[in-house]
Design a protein around this ligand. Sequence first.
Ligand code: DGI
Ligand code: FE
Ligand code: FE
Ligand code: FE
Length: 187
Amino acid sequence: MKREDLIASVRAAMPEKRWKHTEGVMETAVLLANRFGGDPERAELAAILHDVAKYWPTERMAETIREDGRSTDVLDYDKELWHAPAGAVAAERDYGVTDAEVLDAIRYHTSGREGMTLLEKIVWLADYIEPGRDFPGVHKIRELAEHSLERALIAAMSGTIAFLLEKGKRVYPLTVMARNDLITREV
Ligand code: DGI
Ligand code: FE
Ligand code: FE
Ligand code: FE
């Protein structure tokens, strides 16, 4: 699909506020790719599609994850997590994306995982620090991201987990494993 057609289609699948967020993630992902030696085109493609399933009905997300034939363990956790794997399937099926690394960057953009690729890290972090994000601590993560993708990710994932603990929510195991793995490699 041509870039403009893809953008028009994804934009139509979400409220304007979420599209603005998506534009912020696109811009930030390209910037981070250029800063840390990633591929800006693939980073932008993953960014365009990362939240494409965010507004699907819950049951459509669940069905899509089941049909996909990969792990369904995410279905035992918060629905907030489902749009990421469902979005990766949509990117492949409905938008013809064949690049497995782009699909994984979409699939793991909410949780992360052990052994994240450069592209996965870029999209995860871009989602967290895009210019429209405004929550306590985002400024500090943006500063870390000036120099170190990994240190920014560790701090951001720590923030996500702290937020979930604060809310009394369960933490998806991949989120914990992603953070542990980054810390292990960093020290
Ligand atoms: O889709 P976005 O809002 O742009 O951002 P996202 O894909 O990072 O999703 C964030 C939501 O997912 C937020 O409400 C927190 C939630 N989340 C992230 N990691 C976990 C999680 N929820 C649970 N229960 N467990 C997690 O590990
Ligand atoms: Fe998301
Ligand atoms: Fe997002
Ligand atoms: Fe600053």
